[in-house]
Design a protein around this ligand. Structure first.
Ligand code: GAR
Length: 195
């Protein structure tokens, strides 16, 4: 059975879907949910689901990313994960952190990568006049939102869409995509899929 640690920064709706998916004959189980924000709503949800939680407040490190990551890594490594899932984790990670988990770290990003790396993905898709948006699960490599793509889901953009309505529709697809991508990854499958 593979062990999965999940990093979050906010409400953790993707984290909840990942945890809920890891039952029965699924090849993995959640071992830790950790956040850079002690107030992240997802921490309470994880605890209510019986998952161990940890918080390392990045603000206490005053810009010293290496020290923040060292503290975070203590919690992660103590839980001995085989796979690390970023699920709305909004801190940039240093190359040395990424190298420590490379090949076993996944991220979900709210765009059809390689389009719209970084922030404000939905507004940028609208501004560009795109007719579709979506989300991507990819392996994490040191370049931001760049590693090998594992899976994608598409949603049509409607004429009346705002960044908020589009984000909400993409999030519904994220909740389908990430559990499927994790299940495949934990089972050793690496072929790219579309939902
Ligand atoms: C999700 O839409 C995720 O794709 C996005 O943050 C949201 C987290 O929601 N991630 C990024 O933008 C990463 N750069 P959640 O906390 O409810 O899962």
């Amino acid at each position: 059975m593979k062990r999965v640690a999940i990093l979050i920064s906010g409400g953790g709706s993707n984290m909840v879907k990942l945890v809920e998916s890891m039952t029965g004959d699924h090849p993995a189980r959640a071992c830790l949910v950790a956040s850079n924000d002690p107030e992240a709503g997802g921490l309470k949800k994880a605890a209510e689901m019986g998952i161990a939680t940890a918080a390392v407040d990045h603000r206490l490190f005053k810009g010293d990313r290496e020290a923040f990551e060292a503290a975070l890594r203590e919690h992660i490594d103590a839980s001995q994960p085989d796979i690390l899932c970023l699920a709305g984790f909004m801190r940039i990670l240093t190359p040395s952190f990424i190298e420590a988990y490379q090949g076993r770290m996944l991220n979900i990003h709210p765009s059809l990568l390689p389009k719209y790396k970084g922030l404000n993905t939905h507004q940028r898709a609208l501004d560009a006049g795109d007719t579709e948006a979506g989300c991507t699960v990819h392996e994490v490599t040191p370049a931001l939102d760049d590693g090998p793509i594992l899976g994608q889901a598409r949603v049509p953009i409607e004429a009346e869409d705002t960044a908020e309505t589009l984000a909400a529709r993409v999030l519904v697809q994220e909740h389908r995509l990430y559990p499927e991508a994790l299940r495949r990854f934990a089972a050793g499958e690496r072929s790219k899929f579309e939902l």
